[in-house]
Design a protein around this ligand. Structure first.
Ligand SMILES: Nc1nc2c(c(=O)[nH]1)N[C@H]1C(S)=C(S)[C@@H](COP(=O)(O)O)O[C@H]1N2
Ligand SMILES: [Mo]
Length: 220
């Protein structure tokens, strides 16, 4: 897609807004990760589709920054070099996108969100996070979910640096929620007291987004 396009007006964005209004893809089923690996209404893919607002920002490692702000004891500011010195973790997880594709066994390498939070030290009043990316995408989730055991700030996928189309040089991966919560090109993490809607959440998508309970769209 062209770079001049307003992301909010892209064809995919328009379709996804319509799907939210129509409740498209909803099966009404509930499943449990312990017994079923594929959530209701999802189908398995072997490739890895690219989904974004239509603008894939070019971020040079020289100017790359990650900020952690809001309700933390220690606000953080990383350059790329400083980020590489943090403890590195590997996590293997499945992807579930709200547009109904799932992809199994993705190997991510990077900094676990728990390790990052250990450095930032959330204040007791911090209950949610708002994520802001270089393309203007925002998304919200509870701090407890951001801090999930397998959540990671990924810089590598399947042993190779994360490519720009998939959110490189660094994206979040929160595998137990629909993949729109997994911000690509992440630049800022704000810890906040109460929940606020991000981009898709303002456009008809669920505030939480649990694939196992098929929380694709908001109720209102
Ligand atoms: N910054 C940013 N992050 C984003 C998006 C986006 O448009 N911008 N799209 C979300 C959606 S809807 C999905 S399904 C996944 C897609 O990631 P992929 O392109 O690597 O498959 O990224 C999520 N994170
Ligand atoms: Mo998505």
């Amino acid at each position: 897609m062209s770079d001049e396009q307003n992301p909010a007006d892209s064809k995919l964005t328009t379709s996804k807004r319509r799907w939210a209004a129509e409740g498209k893809f909803l099966t009404g089923r509930i499943s449990r990760p312990e017994t079923e690996r594929l959530p209701p209404g999802q189908h398995l893919v072997k490739n890895w589709p690219v989904l974004d607002l239509g603008q894939q920002p070019v971020i040079s490692l020289d100017t790359w920054r990650l900020e952690v702000r809001g309700l933390v004891e220690t606000p953080l500011d990383f350059s790329w070099t400083a980020f590489q010195t943090l403890e590195q973790s590997t996590k293997v997880s499945d992807i579930h996108c709200v547009t109904t594709w799932s992809r199994y066994d993705n190997e991510w390498k990077g900094v676990s969100t728990r390790d990052l939070l250990d450095l930032a030290m959330p204040k007791p009043e911090a209950n949610y996070v708002m994520l802001t990316s270089h393309d203007g995408h925002t998304t919200n989730l509870p701090l407890a979910d951001f801090a999930a055991e397998d959540a990671i700030l990924a810089t590598s996928w399947e042993g190779r640096p994360l490519t720009r189309d998939h959110g490189g040089p660094m994206r979040l991966v929160v595998p137990h929620l629909y993949f729109w919560k997994s911000a690509k090109w992440l630049r800022r993490i704000d810890l906040i007291p109460a929940d606020h809607a991000g981009f898709w959440e303002k456009n008809g998508y669920h505030m939480y987004g649990d694939p196992w309970r098929e929380q694709r769209y908001s109720d209102d």
